[in-house]
Write a protein that binds this ligand. Structure first.
Ligand SMILES: Nc1nc2c(ncn2[C@@H]2O[C@H](COP(=O)(O)OP(=O)(O)OP(=O)(O)O)[C@@H](O)[C@H]2O)c(=O)[nH]1
Length: 364
């Protein structure tokens, strides 16, 4: 039964991790796979979006997998191993951990390679990193986490090549190759043999760049000093990058599609690529029985999808926004106005619809 191979699935915000995971777990050969997804934000959306009828999906709540819930990841894995040992759960062939898009993968890998109990029972079997072909190059320039995710990978999966300009894709491939010459690059649209994507062999930091070895070393250092100086390691940019914020918006009742459209249009027009990620499950007035799933990734709004029914009988609208330099207060007021829940000093939807940009007291 042991050691159980563990795959880490990482990649920047909205780069297609869950989409790939959904394809993977449908493969019959991967039927006995436990999936651990890292939930971000206060409301649960990711769980609803991983398409699996049975359980076997474990959610880690709150924040970034690499820092705040690293302890929780270790606890979850230890607990899983315990339950396997005494037969409380059926044997599994593999564990897949999907990190959040902003996660620095180094501490997660370090935990898997250095934790005394986990190294005996689990075997890190590779890191798969998704890279969005539309935004990838720019994201690598702006977000150091994205560079690390690429650098630690065994396999790089290019997503959204169907939406990208081919010359840009060629440049991106070259950039990826120079960041991580040993990783195989595949296109999600062509990845027919999905199972082989996961089986990478024992994870070997030696084949990675010198930077990766330094990052992993740094993660070890973090462990030793965990209690004392949590936040003073320069590599943890997202802790210090206070301009990046995650917040959620909820509304208990249905929302007209025109209001949803206006909300998303205004946000995208105003903030563009600063709207790093938007993810929502929406109860539409026009069709409340079928949840609408919205995915925004920087400047792109993907075609909305419908779920056949509400997960766990929950209705209403939940949205998660991950933003850079976007005033949360403005977004909240806009959402309140469009959902006809006027906050103090905020006009209602009718007033907004007439002249949405002229909201008293609101500046973009
Ligand atoms: N056209 C196209 N869309 C894709 C592709 N891969 C993913 N998407 C879309 O991109 C959006 C985001 O995909 P997800 O799989 O949720 O991305 P993620 O990396 O899990 O996102 P996070 O929740 O931020 O971690 C969804 O609307 C997907 O349908 C692709 O290869 N082509």
């Amino acid at each position: 039964m042991f050691p159980i191979p563990v795959s880490v699935l990482t990649g920047f915000l909205g780069s297609g991790k869950t989409t790939l995971l959904n394809r993977l777990i449908k493969e019959p050969q991967l039927a006995d796979t436990a999936v651990i997804v890292n939930e971000f934000g206060e409301v649960s959306i990711d769980h609803a979006l991983v398409e699996r009828a049975t359980d076997g999906i474990i959610e880690l709540a709150g924040g970034c997998l690499c820092c705040t819930v690293r302890g929780e990841l270790v606890d979850t894995l230890s607990d899983l191993v315990e339950r396997l040992r005494d037969g409380r759960i059926a044997a599994m062939k593999r564990i897949v951990i999907e990190t959040t898009g902003l996660a620095d993968p180094a501490p997660v890998l370090h935990a898997l390679m250095a934790h005394p109990m986990l190294v005996r029972t689990l075997r890190l079997d590779g890191v798969v990193t998704t890279v969005d072909a539309v935004h990838g190059a720019r994201t690598l320039d702006v977000h150091p986490e994205a560079v690390k995710q690429v650098a630690v990978a065994d396999r790089l999966v290019l997503t959204k090549t169907d939406l990208a300009d081919p010359a840009g894709v060629a440049d991106l491939r070259a950039a990826l190759h120079s960041l991580n010459p040993n990783a195989k690059i595949r296109e999600a649209s062509r990845a027919d043999d999905l199972v082989s994507l996961l089986a990478c062999g024992l994870y070997d930091p030696e084949t990675k760049s010198v930077d990766v070895q330094r990052w992993l070393g740094r993660a070890a250092h973090d462990d030793v000093h965990d209690d004392h100086h949590h936040h003073d390691h320069g590599d943890h940019h997202h802790h210090h990058d206070t301009s990046i914020r995650t917040f959620s918006l909820t509304h208990p009742g249905p929302i007209p599609s025109a209001a949803v459209e206006m909300f998303v249009d205004l946000l995208q027009a105003s903030y563009g690529e600063r709207l790093l990620r938007m993810k929502g499950i929406i109860e539409l007035s026009e069709d409340p029985a079928h949840p609408l799933v919205l995915h925004g990734v920087q400047t792109i709004l993907h075609p909305p999808a419908r779920l056949p029914k509400w997960p766990e009988g929950t209705r209403g609208t939940r949205m998660i926004l991950i933003t850079k330099d976007v005033p949360e207060d403005y977004v909240r007021k806009l959402f309140a106005a469009l959902t006809s829940r006027p906050a103090v000093d905020t006009p209602d939807r009718a007033a907004m619809t007439d002249n949405p940009l002229a909201i008293a007291g609101l500046k973009i």
